[in-house]
Design a protein around this ligand. Structure first.
Ligand code: TRP
Length: 443
């Protein structure tokens, strides 16, 4: 059977950017930055984005394109004992989807709420009332999961590319509009200062610093979709002639711009309306409705915004689902529809528990975290760093750096920039950094 392929490098770039840009930028970045010291977090984030993001993106895409296989079989093709790296990624994709889809459901809920009402009233009360209800958030979560399942069942290039092509430019413009308005709010400058001026006086001990560092690393992995084999899968549909280096620079750049714009839209409102930046996973939903409710025509902007967040979330969620489904399709020879359907069933069930942990089951905690927060921690701070660590070793040592370079250069067609630095980062710096940060986080 001929393997599906992206229709062009632009198609891939948009699909990979679509995978990277998602709730990680719009929902997670502002709240994680908000609860971890703002600008100090941002500084560490930038450093790690450059040192870990680009090299790991390259390594994953190269493994995928060279082997043309799903994550598990790709790792196994490089070395028969290394299938576990891909397997960890597939498990991780389940974990991420189980909470991602819950938030995707919230986004749908807000989209429909603004279609029905011109304003939501007290945003804080509205949010708390909604997420603690037992049934309603679960239903929205299932609707979101069903949307992803439908697209993946359609197939990679048709379903995934088509969506990403349209919405990314529109998302950019909408964020600029919301951010522009947010900056005119009274007290907005406090939000900007929080995001861009490091305040080291808030860091009292090494453990404060270490915990910000761990969160920053987790966010880099999460936001770029690395460490879980997603880009192995996407890379496996990529044309041999596409320029991987260009993709590995452009994807983090787009991703960063969108995350910063989300921060610039959300944090000023947080300060202007007297919320706490450390309010946690509800930050987006508790802050922006204030803007929409106060602004003339805000309702229409809200509808546009939540529709775009929904699309961004869907294009990311399908990349996760695709990396699970690809394994069932390639390896077990299931048909696409069964693979998508059964994978969805799996994560959707865990998702129900995650959703309930916000309300009905909120007294149940493990390691001091709700089930939902535990899943976030497990994926960002355990599974992704582990996956990233082994991917560095797999690509640069087991496969061999020269084989990897040959793939990145498309067999010598493109000159490699900074091969020495890339080699040193993948063989030494990145694994060491991940290990140290991971070890520190355990204490
Ligand atoms: N990067 C996506 C976001 O920011 C989420 C995501 C998609 C992801 N695929 C992934 C995260 C693979 C980790 C691994 O919303």
């Amino acid at each position: 059977m001929k393997r599906e392929q992206w229709s062009s490098n632009l198609g891939f770039l948009l699909a990979a950017a679509g995978s990277a840009i998602g709730l990680g930028n719009l929902w997670k970045f502002p709240y994680i930055a908000g609860s971890n010291g703002g600008a100090v977090f941002l500084m560490l984030y930038l450093v790690l984005l450059i040192l870990l993001g680009t090299p790991l993106l390259l390594a994953e895409m190269a493994v995928g394109r060279a082997t043309r296989l799903n994550a598990i079989d790709a790792c196994r093709a490089i070395h028969p004992r290394w299938g576990f790296v891909g397997a960890a990624g597939v498990v991780g994709a389940f974990v991420i989807l189980s909470y991602y889809s819950v938030i995707g459901g919230w986004v749908l809920k807000y989209l429909f709420a603004y279609m029905q009402h011109s304003r939501l009233g007290d945003a804080d009360a509205y949010y708390t009332g909604f997420v603690t209800r037992p049934l309603e958030p679960v239903l929205w979560h299932l609707l979101f999961a069903a949307c992803c399942c439908g697209i993946v069942a359609f197939g990679v290039s048709k379903g995934i590319e088509r969506i990403s092509k349209i919405f990314l430019p529109v998302l950019l413009l909408t964020l600029i509009a919301i951010g522009g308005y947010a900056l005119t709010l009274p007290g907005a400058s406090q939000g900007l200062r929080f995001l861009f001026l490091p305040d080291f006086s808030q860091i009292h001990s090494f453990s404060d610093f270490a915990s910000i560092l761990v969160r920053a690393m987790g966010q880099v992995f999460f936001s770029l979709s690395i460490g879980m084999g997603t880009l192995i899968t996407y890379g496996s549909y990529l044309d041999r002639k596409a320029n991987l280096q260009k993709n590995a620079v452009l994807i983090p750049l787009f991703d960063l711009v969108i995350a910063l714009l989300a921060g610039i839209a959300i944090l000023p409102c947080v300060f202007s309306f007297g919320l706490e930046p450390s309010a946690g996973s509800g930050l987006l939903f508790r802050s922006l409705p204030y803007v929409f409710d106060h602004m003339r025509g805000g309702r229409w902007l809200a509808i546009g915004f939540f529709a775009l967040v929904f699309l961004a979330a869907v294009t990311s969620a399908i990349s996760l689902l695709e990396s699970i489904a690809a394994f069932f399709i390639d390896h077990l020879h299931w048909n696409r529809i069964a693979a998508a359907g059964l994978s969805t069933l799996g994560f959707a069930l865990i998702g129900v528990a995650n959703s309930l942990s916000m309300g009905l089951w909120n007294s149940f905690t493990l390691f001091g975290m709700s089930l939902f927060d535990l899943m976030v921690f497990l994926s960002d701070n355990v599974l992704m760093p582990i996956g990233g660590f082994f991917l560095c070793i797999l690509a640069s040592r087991i496969w061999g750096f020269s084989s990897m370079l040959r793939e990145i250069s498309s067999n010598g067609q493109y000159a490699i920039r900074f091969p020495g630095a890339l080699r040193w980062i993948l063989r030494w710096l990145a694994p060491a950094m991940i290990l140290v940060i991971f070890a520190v986080s355990l204490f």
